[in-house]
Design a protein around this ligand. Sequence first.
Ligand SMILES: O=C(O)CCC(=O)C(=O)O
Length: 275
Amino acid sequence: MNKKSLREITDDEVDAFEQDGVMKLSGVLDDDWVDVLRDAIERDIASPGPGFHGYETEDGKGRFHGNFDVRLSDEGFRKYCEESPLPALAARLMGASKVNLFYDQLFVKEPGTNAPTPWHNDQPYWPVRGSQVMSFWLALDPVTLESGAVEFVRGSHRWDRWFQPESFSKKSAFQYEKNPDYEPMIDVEKSRAEHDIVYFDMAPGDLLAFHAMTLHGSGGNTRSDRRRRGFAVRYTGDDAVYDPRAGTNPGVHNPDLTAGDPMDSAQYPLVWHGA
Ligand SMILES: O=C(O)CCC(=O)C(=O)O
């Protein structure tokens, strides 16, 4: 498995990431990573770790397996988060001289799973302040709109609009605390024509790189013959500090840090720094 990207990221790609807040990156990981993660996903589904939060589907059919921090219970996931090309790629795209691993998250929509991921931006959910905050979402299957490709509102990371977090599942008992500085989520589905919405057909091993303020969501997996396995890893850069404000997800809080602290900690380890 490669530790160094199979190719250099060009300045044009860095500029596109900065402008659009999302991009597809192909040709940076070797195929072994896909095999390692597919195996790890099967282990997690068979015996989910403590972060497991299967989401309800709208019609009760199919299965949407979600899990947090799976790297803590499986060496395959851990290696990918810490020792793959991802930390250095995050540094390159964010222009960071150091990178902390924030957390990881698994999203598996089995064939025929009518469970959309509602539109949202991530950073309002996260106890992190700063502009160098991003995710990589890895496709472990061919992904198209029909199988639940993640869609993005291009450029929305530059709106500086903080939308109130809501639970992904309508049936969830958990309610996010209201933050008076946040605004209610806009109805992107009803106003699609007003937005520059993009998605990417993906092959296994392709990555989406997206900023934590970029609006995104996905449909269900309407394919009957294909899974949609996605694995997301979140990273922060130099300007990120801990900020457990109201409305953030307690599941990713860090009891060792206080507001304003740099991210460096056992829970958010430093995974890359400049030479
Ligand atoms: O995989 C999905 O449907 C959603 C992914 C997502 O929201 C994320 O990675 O932040």
